[in-house]
Design a protein around this ligand. Sequence first.
Ligand code: OOG
Ligand code: NI
Length: 479
Amino acid sequence: MTTTTVPQVRLRAGFAAALAVMYGREVPLYTTLVEVSREVNADCAASGTWTQRHGGAERLGSLERVTAERHGAIRLGSAREMAQVARVFAGFGMHPVGFYDLRDASATSVPVVSTAFRPTDPAQLAQNPFRVFTSMLVTEDRRFFDAATQARLEELVAARELFGPRLLELSDRAAARGALVQDEADELLELATAAFELSSEPIDKAWYDHLAAISAVAADIGGVPSTHINHLTPRVLDIDDLYARMQDRGIAMIDEVQGPPAWEGPDVLLRQTSFKALAEERVFRHEDGTVAPGSLRVRFGEVEQRGIALTPAGRELYDAMVAQVDEAMAGGDGRTRVEVSREVWREHLPTTEAGLAERGLAFFTYRVPDGADAAEAPLPTWEDVPGPEDLARMVAAGVLVAEPIVYEDFLPRSAAGIFASNLDGDGSRDDDQSGAEYDLERLSGVMGATVADPMDLYAAQQDASVREAMGRLGLVVFG
Ligand code: OOG
Ligand code: NI
């Protein structure tokens, strides 16, 4: 008898699909969003002008990948819960990448630090890039929580069990073996999906309201009995088109697309928008002991368009451009943020991929074009991987072709914007108090899992492609 084994990539695809079914049942408007996203992607791929402008419909990922692509978001209450979810996600081949401090990225009250769990290997990403933006409440941050609130939060979170022993056991096994036998795979999917389902247990109204006055995000984490998927985000090729089509259907969207503006040059990083959180019925326990239905607005539908990953130099430029836009907006001449951004983009950012590559602003993979006669390339040997200008020369000479590396991560500013535009009330914070210091290392420490720096991953992918191409050209790269 042969036993079927299910490799991690299929576990991950199954997990994303199962969560989508569950979320579609919980938030029906999500299904509409996915439907409209499909239409947009199909129309982009079929449109000659769109395809030509983007150098091919699949330049930033195969249509199959883009159509199946989702990210989710969850919010947790403690380092222990983070460590456990890291084990669950590792079972699906998803590892923590990037550190985002939302406490400082937002003027409103968002007392969390975050990372994203995702595949790190380019081949795994190409097959299924499912990722989950995962936030941890920083209960010890006095800007948000006084000692009594901190103590109660920690006590409640410590007492709950989000991820049971069997789920953790199966996750560890999948991570260790890279696959599970069919029965165990089915069991893992069922347990993992259920762990992120909305709970129907009554919510303590007074406690929830106490937390909500401080931060709606804190209430959504520590004021409810368990965690849940907060949104699931499909990817589209044209987010402006998606935005317009959702509005045409009469769906209320947040005011703007977050991140880079629509413009004629290459798409970089990440653009996101969402429909507003909807009122959902939940059950509350009141102080007099009565249990009655009420409503909460915390879950929404987000959509995103992904562009090219920027190098540290490119990211520095991006951050400087955002700062310039902020400054111009503070001056306030009536133009929208998008209009101002577009002007700033035109002033600073190259209008072609080749321009981005030559200035070392974005990451690319390089390969020898099909059928090229490598031996005739009149090129020297290299002491190290050639730099952006040399690579650009080789691309111009037709010796190499460059393909953009897609940005697989998030933007703290947009994340804060997404949090904020979907919350009822700004909450409260006392900036005279000092916050609890967090960075990538500290988060790795408390989770017991190394949080990768996304820049290292993109750079390694680019370098590996260059080394391989150099090898094919018969050029030795020393160092
Ligand atoms: C996460 C918000 C961040 C994104 O796409 O930037 C996020 C949350 O609301 O919990 O998902
Ligand atoms: Ni999101």
